[in-house]
Design a binder for this molecule. Structure first.
Ligand code: WQD
Length: 337
């Protein structure tokens, strides 16, 4: 299947393109390279032996998108392109609503013009905000608590309204929990710009000696060890979740929503200990004040993805840590190495 992958040069997009190529699909990447490097294409080709199509451009450019959809005879779209830092979204709301919401609106307009009627959308568990209980089901209230989460929930609402008015469309919303890890080749991985805002890449840089110490944002949460609990899922498992969505729902008109996680939670201290166990290195840390917008517990109920997509995360926490460390050691400065 010819699949347009917006943001396909990014962390989750590049891993998904690898799985698409390995499964015999033909991904065409559209990316503005605002948060990724051209080297990713060579790495994808080195891993799979095939080079995905690549067109430099922005999802907010409708004319550009229509041309790409038509010239490449695209059959379906996976939409990753967007911005995703909760912290940054508090200070730059225009950037988040423009990239995430306007970008998605322009993409749908272009797809409509090119008569492409199937979409998989990269959403996030952040749309749930602070849940009343865990594990979180897809039916739980959508109550985001920051501009990033609100921009994602606005896209979800728009897509549901659009599909209701265009009943022949198939639209699948995938709500990621915490993607971590890297392809086991160590050739592609998470390459944050500057200081990582997420836990696992930060720990990897401390372990590697790029950072002095980890700041743990609060150890007074209502959790067994006081630190925040999240559902960490291997990025390759997450990529496989997109292929399952393509296979299972893309020809089924309607709107489909799935949590993509492991269904298990791990605390910050558990992740730190797992890293020390694997790397045999001591990871210094200090307790800092809670981070604005953080919640205590967040992990997924993944029954729907298991039942309907026949998808299940298979990689263990140890594998996630091993692959993260392998990527860090092989690429000390990410794709700039
Ligand atoms: C995890 C835990 C922190 C950094 C983020 C995005 C979310 C989604 C997934 C895109 C929390 C603690 C972190 C640090 C720490 N991305 N922590 N010190 O916030 O659950 O979700 O990634 O959709 O949108 O917000 O992930 O890795 O930032 O934090 O103590 O230096 O680690 O408090 O408990 P988060 P995270």
């Amino acid at each position: 299947m010819r699949v347009l992958v917006t943001g396909g040069m990014g962390y989750i997009g590049s891993h998904t393109c690898i799985q698409l190529l390995n499964a015999g699909h033909d991904p065409i990447i559209v990316d503005n390279l605002s948060n990724s490097k051209p080297l990713v294409l060579d790495r994808i080709q080195k891993i799979t032996g095939r080079r995905p199509g690549f067109v430099l451009g922005d999802v907010c450019d409708k004319r550009f998108l229509i041309n790409v959809l038509q010239e490449h005879k695209v059959e379906s779209v996976i939409h990753f392109a967007g911005v995703k830092s909760v912290g940054e979204s508090n200070s730059l709301p225009i950037k988040y609503y423009e990239n995430n919401f306007i970008g998605s609106l322009r993409l749908i307009e272009a797809m409509q013009s090119a008569n492409v009627t199937s979409l998989v959308f990269s959403s996030s568990a952040t749309v749930y905000g602070d849940p009343a209980s865990v594990p979180i089901k897809e039916s739980f209230p959508i109550q985001p608590t920051n501009p990033y989460g609100r921009s994602k929930s606005m896209v979800e609402q728009f897509l549901q309204d659009f599909q209701h008015a265009n009943s022949d469309w198939s639209i699948t919303l995938l709500r990621y929990f915490n993607p971590i890890g890297a392809h086991d080749s160590g050739l592609v991985g998470e390459d944050p710009n500057g200081e990582p805002s997420n836990l696992v890449p930060y720990i990897a840089q401390v372990a590697f000696g790029k950072r002095y110490s980890l700041g743990i944002f609060g150890n007074d949460y209502d959790t067994p060890d006081g630190t925040g609990i999240r559902d960490y899922v291997h990025v390759v498992d997450l990529a496989d979740g997109h292929l399952a969505a393509l296979n299972k729902t893309i020809n089924t008109p309607g709107t489909h929503v799935f949590n993509l996680g492991t269904g298990r939670g791990h605390s910050v201290l558990e992740i730190l200990r797992a890293f020390e166990e694997h790397s045999k290195l001591k990871i210094p840390y200090s307790i800092k004040p809670r981070r604005q917008g953080d919640i205590a517990k967040c992990w997924a109920n993944v029954a729907d993805a298991h039942k309907i997509l026949q998808w299940k995360a298979t990689r263990s926490l140890a594998t996630m840590i091993k692959d993260t460390w392998n990527w860090q050691v092989m690429n000390p400065n990410g794709y700039d190495s």
